[in-house]
Write a protein that binds this ligand. Structure first.
Ligand SMILES: Nc1nc2c(ncn2[C@@H]2O[C@H](COP(=O)(O)OP(=O)(O)OP(=O)(O)O)[C@@H](O)[C@H]2O)c(=O)[nH]1
Length: 432
């Protein structure tokens, strides 16, 4: 808005400048004409004065204006006219004969006798003389300057009125022109831009149309860019979503593979119970925990009896199946009370945290009975187990526990198989 006002000033100043220049020229011409008119008027006035004076003094009628013929006899009259004109402020007085043109002003103010001396040469020649006079420049200039001031005042007032009118109409016009656009812009929706029409009153001005066209171009350009940007954005979002989905799928696959890897690393592939590596780790952890918290920890080591015969008699595949069924049987009996692992070959280990040796013995006996009674695909298959049972003693190492349990298991093997041998400590051993 400030810029508009400055522009208004610019326009107003230019128009006013032209107006003032033209006015000065017009007023100058008027003044020039007036000057000539004043001079003419003054001349007529002087002539009139001279005429009246002569009439008054001479008492006779004079026919011509502007010049007065005087005879020598009128020399007295002549002096009186001269003095009277002098009093009126007439500066230039000329005495003119047929061949002579003499300014006599200076002589008027001198002694009358001197003037008479000066005039007499004319009278001696007995010529008629013509008296001419003009008004002093000072008087003309006074009138002229008065008129000039008057014109200047008039010019000033006109300029001020025009300036105010211009200012009012231009500012108001610009305001109205802009407010039309402003209103349309405030309701503009860049997703579906309408064409700007502005204020209809100002459409006949080219500049206004140029501005509107320019703005319409910019707005439509903006809307097009916005649409492109939005399309690119949605494409980008789609791509990101696709990538994310693919990454999630890969991640899922990775998690599953990781799980598989973990299972493979920790599980025996045939029996699907923990393998020896995993069991060793769990065994160390539970021994440490039991020592630390002083809780029970019992261990069963199981060896299938005469398993070689099963292999030899029914084949390795059947042997494998028997191993698998045995592992499932162990798991079903132990459930969450312990950890079942394949110790190696046809041997299994069962770790029983928080379980004392009596209960461990009971579990071992249950296992033994279940396997003894178990039936396989071929009814001819009959399998039993020898079990060694022991409990971690206070201050005992894991290795010692293993050795004692292993020894108990071998004892069960060597003393008839299909039995449970309990190792309660360094001194005592029990058979069930
Ligand atoms: N089918 C099969 N057989 C196995 C597997 N691992 C070990 N064996 C067999 O288990 C048998 C173990 O035989 P031995 O060490 O003589 O023991 P045993 O025949 O059970 O005799 P005792 O232990 O003295 O009662 C061998 O024949 C091995 O081949 C296995 O994963 N699958």
């Amino acid at each position: 808005m400030t810029k508009c006002v400055r522009f208004t000033h610019f326009v107003a100043c230019n128009i006013l400048g032209c107006y003032v220049t033209i006015s000065v020229i017009v007023y100058g011409a008027l003044l020039f004409a007036y000057h000539a008119e004043v001079q003419e008027k003054q001349k007529r006035q002087i002539d009139n004065t001279i005429y009246l004076l002569i009439q008054q003094i001479k008492g006779s009628s004079v026919t011509s204006l502007g010049s007065t013929d005087l005879s020598l006899d009128d020399s007295g009259l002549f002096f009186e006219v001269c003095h009277q004109l002098d009093r009126e402020g007439v500066k230039g007085i000329f005495l003119q004969s047929a061949d002579h043109y003499t300014p006599i002003l200076d002589h008027i103010n001198k002694e009358t006798s001197a003037l008479e001396t000066w005039v007499y040469p004319f009278s001696a020649r007995n010529q008629s003389m013509r008296l001419s006079a003009y008004v002093s420049n000072d008087k003309v200039w006074r009138v002229f300057i008065h008129r000039l001031l008057w014109y200047m005042g008039l010019l000033f007032i006109q300029t001020a009125i025009i300036y105010l009118l211009l200012y009012y109409f231009v500012v108001r016009g610009l305001g109205m022109a802009v407010s039309g656009i402003q209103q349309e812009l405030s309701q503009m929706n860049l997703d579906d831009p309408k064409r700007l029409y502005g204020n209809a009153k100002f459409l006949r001005f080219l500049e206004y149309q140029w501005i509107l066209n320019g703005m319409n171009k910019i707005i439509h350009g903006l809307a097009a860019s916005r649409r492109e940007l939005s399309e690119l954005n949605s494409q980008l979002e789609e791509k990101v979503a696709q990538k994310t989905q693919s990454l999630e799928e890969k991640n899922m696959t990775l998690v599953q593979l990781n799980k598989k890897l973990y299972t493979l690393a920790n599980t025996d592939s045939l029996t699907q119970v923990y393998n020896r590596t995993r069991f060793d780790l769990l065994f160390r952890e539970h021994v440490a925990m039991a020592e630390h918290k002083e809780t029970y920890l019992s261990l069963l080591l199981i060896d299938l009896d005469n398993f070689k015969r099963v292999n030899d008699q029914f084949g390795h595949q059947v042997g494998d199946h028997v191993l698998y069924v045995t592992a499932k049987l162990l798991e079903s009996v132990v459930m969450n009370d312990g950890i079942v692992a394949r110790w190696g070959g046809e041997e299994f280990a069962v770790l029983l945290p928080h379980i004392a040796i009596d209960q461990a013995q009971h579990i071992a006996e249950t296992l033994r009975q279940h396997l003894e009674e178990a039936s396989f695909d071929d009814p001819a298959i009959h399998i039993t187990m020898s079990v060694g049972v022991s409990q971690l003693l206070l201050g005992e190492s894991g290795m010692s526990l293993l050795k004692r349990t292993d020894a108990a298991m071998y004892q069960a093997k060597n003393t008839g198989r299909n039995q449970v041998i309990v190792d309660t400590g360094p001194d005592e051993k029990g058979i069930s």
